[in-house]
Write a protein that binds this ligand. Structure first.
Ligand code: DC
Length: 223
């Protein structure tokens, strides 16, 4: 198919990462989880005690940080923060609930976008995030916007955590997801938005396999 970038954007809990990873495997492309990058920088800031309200300090931190995504066949994506495997450490509620500070800082987003574009130039890939079709890869060959009803997204997160044996406070989880939605939709730079040319997939009543299949169909139809 030649060099190819496929963007998958959408709100938290819509299943983007799982779908993007499976789609990448199916098409033999790389996989880039951009949320993992925002999370990794958040983890570093929390560990360092960097003031999360201090935009300048966050930008400086981004400039002295190396984040690598290692995508090995048959394994979950490995996230390296300055060489350390932080794949699990970036999934804690503390990191999840503080990532909006990093995500709302324009100077940090500029650094992230640069890293992501470089990855997209080096290899064909499927990327998932919030602003891939609108900001990072405006010329992506395919743009998908993966949506699902709020309650379904909440339930998916609850099921995911329970499957891992984590105790879940459902009310708190719903509140947190509503807050993350609000932050995602309203930030000034790189907000979550449907690209004009995005294909919208509502996965409310679909399984992961069905979503992947729908994306593959769209891609084959146009190629
Ligand atoms: O996809 P995720 O839930 O792992 O993303 C974590 C956070 O990072 C989320 O709150 C929004 C932010 N994010 C972003 O601002 N831009 C992206 N391209 C990806 C994620």
């Amino acid at each position: 198919m030649g060099h190819l970038v496929i963007a998958v954007d959408g709100p938290a809990g819509a299943g983007k990462s799982t779908v993007a990873k499976r789609l990448a495997k199916r098409l033999g492309l790389g996989f880039m989880d951009t949320g993992a990058m925002y999370r990794a920088l958040t983890l570093k800031a929390l560990r360092r005690g960097t003031k999360l309200e201090d935009a300048e300090a966050l930008v400086a931190l981004a400039h002295e940080t190396a984040i690598d995504l290692v995508d090995e066949a048959g394994r979950p994506l490995k996230v390296l923060l300055d060489g350390e495997d932080v794949s699990d450490a970036i999934r804690t509620p503390e990191v999840t609930n503080n990532t909006f500070y990093i995500a709302r800082t324009p100077g940090v987003r500029a650094v992230m976008v640069e890293w992501q574009r470089r990855m997209g130039e080096k290899q064909s890939l499927v990327g998932d995030g919030r602003d891939l079709g609108t900001v990072v890869f405006p010329n992506a060959a395919f743009k998908f916007y993966l949506d699902a009803d709020f309650d379904v997204r909440c339930q998916r997160r609850i099921d995911e955590l329970r499957a891992k044996g984590v105790a879940v406070d459902e009310a708190a989880l719903k509140r947190d997801l509503a807050e993350r939605d609000h932050a995602d939709f309203t930030r000034k730079v790189g907000p979550l938005k449907k690209a004009e040319d995005a294909i919208i997939i509502d996965s409310t009543n679909m399984t992961i396999d069905e979503v992947v299949e729908a994306l593959v169909q769209h891609i084959h139809k146009q190629k």
